[in-house]
Design a protein around this ligand. Sequence first.
Ligand code: ADP
Ligand code: MG
Length: 569
Amino acid sequence: EATKETLGFQTEAKQLLQLMIHSLYSNREIFLRELISNASDAADKLRFESLKNAALLEQDADIKIRIDHDAEANTITISDNGIGMNKDEVISNLGTIARSGTAEFISKLSGDESKDSQLIGQFGVGFYSAFIVADKVDVYTRRAGSPASEGVHWESTGEADFSIESCERAERGTSIVLHLKEDAKEFAEGFRIRNIVKKYSDHIALPVVMKSQPQPEYDDEGNAKETTAEPVDEVVNNATALWTRSRSEVSDEEYNEFYKLISHDFQEPLKWSHNKVEGKLEYSSLLYIPAKAPFDLYNRDADRGLKLYVQRTFIMDEAEQFLPMYLRFIKGVVDSNDLSLNVSREILQQDPAVDSMKSALTKRVLDMLSKMAKNDEEAYGKFWAEFGQVLKEGPAEDFNNREKVAKLFRFSSTVSEGSAQDQSLEAYVERMKEGQSKIYYVAAENLTTAKNSPHLEVFRKKGVEVLLLTDRVDEWLMGHLVDFDGKQFEDVGKGALDLGELDSEEDKKAAEELASNNKDLVERIQGAVGDKVEAVRVTSRLTDSPACLVVGEADMGAQMRRLLEQAGQ
Ligand code: ADP
Ligand code: MG
């Protein structure tokens, strides 16, 4: 005979349940995500245990989640044929919170709805979130492998206690019936439920099934024929987490389609990198480099970041914490096994696990780019034309990866044939002349001005390569880059040019002679231009032009000055 017992919730469970109902009211729909996530966990557990004991599958290896709804009765039911629970498990899993530190956590809650919802999110809302929308919850469950007579029925109104009794249950697994509150009727509507499932559980690996009425047939007059057709099962989610599949199983076309889905871009991506990381942290990532820059790439407030999943459950879009700003053009997904399902943006900012993931993902992107630069110059050229300027923000933002990022840079130089920025710093260094210790550059408004700069004359004469910098960010970049491969950058338009060992003893002697022979001339010019200039010098940097203007060693470069002038400073 079925005897019904009434048991009290553990104090902490009762408190948390009440606090949750109040603080998560504005985000009620997450209850469905939580219950689907539990159903999916139950399926994972069954799969795992059945590896050792195949009998647990009971001739029903087709694991899925079912959602039924009844607008008249105002109920929604979430069922799974996963591992299920026996009586003891129901009592402890649904009546207590075993997590250590729970009492302390609850004591931190303030009663302020918005603050508390953050904290509760951090803690994890789980099963009790059912009571945000339901005033009564029935759980029917049977553990896999137990006889049908050992079903358990748990029931509660989410106040002080719950009741529990045994029941007959033929099906393995768990059904959770939510008797919806008067103001939560929307969750008994198929359309609303489908939307929530799509939003949060599309890529959960299990099919989420709902009953759907077949399309009616029409007679000749266009009236719907009376039908006896039964509703049919319809899978409402995508049911495969693409990034959880192994690379060899996913076709290029699927990768491309998935990119379009998550990026809302209709073009195909340039490259992607799909990885699974195991060890101290466990996560999968699928990162894409788009082919084209979005129009708002330079708008610092524009959406950016990855789609975050935790254990295949969707958590948020635009999780910006996993990549630095200078890689904001990357699209993709990161799926963590370590974060809480209720992780919030605020929590992400403080979580050291997120920091480690960020540096690993940054490295992943930089590696993907260096590989592309090495193996597919054409694609890399396209990438550089679209995103090169953003990448140039790298050394300032990410000092540790300065050298790695610098290797990805491409500049025009005096050896470039066309107008494309096509020379790497590594190639420059390889071509450096005997005795050359610096990387020389000239910064100008455009390529023609740069190429015609009188500052280049001496370099041409000596056959020394000079980088031609024409992007607005270039001088700013040089300020952060400082050196590459141990070689300093030198603006050829600044100060008294020191060519170091590039000048032979004879060159130096000749320069000194030139200076002393022309002392009078220098003084006369100085007198003529007065205090418009700081100094007049004899120079050996010119071969064709009679004179040129240079900027002081410590002064702002000409390009930088223009940049600030344009900004109204
Ligand atoms: P969490 O999922 O973080 O463990 P929940 O509050 O969501 O916390 O769930 C509490 C526990 O109840 C789960 O750990 C699990 O043991 C049990 N449980 C909940 N839903 C199910 C289900 N559908 N099938 C089997 N066990 C479940
Ligand atoms: Mg859960």
